[in-house]
Design a protein around this ligand. Sequence first.
Ligand SMILES: Cc1cc2nc3c(=O)[nH]c(=O)nc-3n(C[C@H](O)[C@H](O)[C@H](O)COP(=O)(O)O)c2cc1C
Length: 137
Amino acid sequence: MKKIAVIYWSGTGNTEAMAKAVAVGAGADIFSVSEIDIDEALSYDSIAFGCPSMGAEVLEESEFDPFFTVIESKLSDKNVALFGSYGWGDGEWMRDWEVRTRATGANLFEDGLIINETPDSEGIDECIAFGKRFSSL
Ligand SMILES: Cc1cc2nc3c(=O)[nH]c(=O)nc-3n(C[C@H](O)[C@H](O)[C@H](O)COP(=O)(O)O)c2cc1C
């Protein structure tokens, strides 16, 4: 069986709620980005990364982006899914993140899953289904 991790950053809990639901759907181990190091992350076959849109349409810059910057050169044999919450934007951060992830050679799963602000029960169901599909890759 594939080993799957969900690794996320969340400031106000919205992406965390998504992460928990993705992990349930995928049967994945879940870590906030401060709870896992690069070597442990790379022991997984498949990784779902979650980060909201921050700054101006960028990944969170003090913890998540530095982590992703190190791990991205080592993802070429991994299945990778992306998700996150956003506010007033149009999802530009996720489009940029998809381009960046494809460039690593990773097998990028579907389009990144984005949810506006706090996921409602439909949003949670979407996250669970996304995780389930990711786990059956
Ligand atoms: C400092 C800061 C910058 C943000 N920048 C953006 C942005 O550029 N585009 C956007 O759509 N939302 C932006 N947001 C809104 C967050 O992405 C949104 O509130 C999201 O739900 C936060 O997720 P979290 O609860 O997981 O931290 C920003 C929020 C903060 C606090």
